[in-house]
Design a protein around this ligand. Sequence first.
Ligand SMILES: NC(=O)c1ccc[n+]([C@@H]2O[C@H](COP(=O)([O-])OP(=O)(O)OC[C@H]3O[C@@H](n4cnc5c(N)ncnc54)[C@H](OP(=O)(O)O)[C@@H]3O)[C@@H](O)[C@H]2O)c1
Length: 283
Amino acid sequence: MIGLGMMGSALAGAYLRADHRTTVWNRSAGKADALVAQGASRADTIADAVAASDVLVACVVDYRSLYEILDPVRESLAGKVIVNLTSGVPADARGAAQWARSVGAHYLDGYLMTVPPAVGLPQTLLFYGGAKEVFDAHESTLRVLGGNSVFLGEDPGTASLYDLALLGILWSSLAGALHGFALLASEGVPAAALTPFVESWITHVVLPSIRGAAQQVDAGGYATTVSTVGLNAAGLATMVEASRSQGIRPDVMVPIRDILRERAADGHGDEALASMIEVIRTP
Ligand SMILES: NC(=O)c1ccc[n+]([C@@H]2O[C@H](COP(=O)([O-])OP(=O)(O)OC[C@H]3O[C@@H](n4cnc5c(N)ncnc54)[C@H](OP(=O)(O)O)[C@@H]3O)[C@@H](O)[C@H]2O)c1
């Protein structure tokens, strides 16, 4: 295990709990102490770490750090499997796969769709892209990190793409929830007062909306008899105005209002909300 930050330590911990022989290395050596106490072997140098295992799982802050770590030992990487769980963009993953090929290593690019405490749980989702034969050969080892490990295809950039797509849903929905909490707080209502209704709202309204939007986006048609861009443009304008009048910042809602306004002004006011994607994907 290369990189023992919050996530790397959790990954190494999952391997130790599953009784995998685990060697750990981190730039700041002290972060290995707790894992060594749990049974990990300490590698004093990155060269020792590479020599100790055929499968190198790396999780560091970014790709630049990864190259800083691995480039000095490039000569010893031939035949090794590099499972890179460092976050980046699709081009980073494709570049790393090419770099791995150039040093004779096998490469898988992975994304952990979770936080450190959930590493190793059966429901924990990980996306992988890259060499299929590497995924197949090491699937049981990879599943130690999360039971819901999914291979997306030979393009190593795909896992990053799915990661970014799901993170966008998390960040925008969480920001929306926080905006709602701020509205409630403006009248002295605690945030927790909303939580009993959130699950039902997501299950019966948000989730069907997302499913329907996915179908319309793929089909490229936005007919609706339910809820239009025009109607929601007015709703978002009200939301922005109401936020201001309640004394809170409307910043989370303003971009959505503006996208809807633009779409309506372009003559698509009678289309479904999914047609906002035509504005979003305009370069
Ligand atoms: N934490 C999460 O919830 C989470 C969730 C999903 C994905 N991830 C991804 O997992 C990766 C690691 O995140 P983390 O939460 O473990 O971050 P972290 O706790 O900040 O750890 C960063 C790691 O990167 C190492 N590092 C930074 N710069 C380096 C350099 N120049 N050379 C060598 N090592 C360097 C650090 O080593 P030192 O200890 O020596 O500084 C440490 O091992 C990131 O790509 C992150 O996006 C994290």
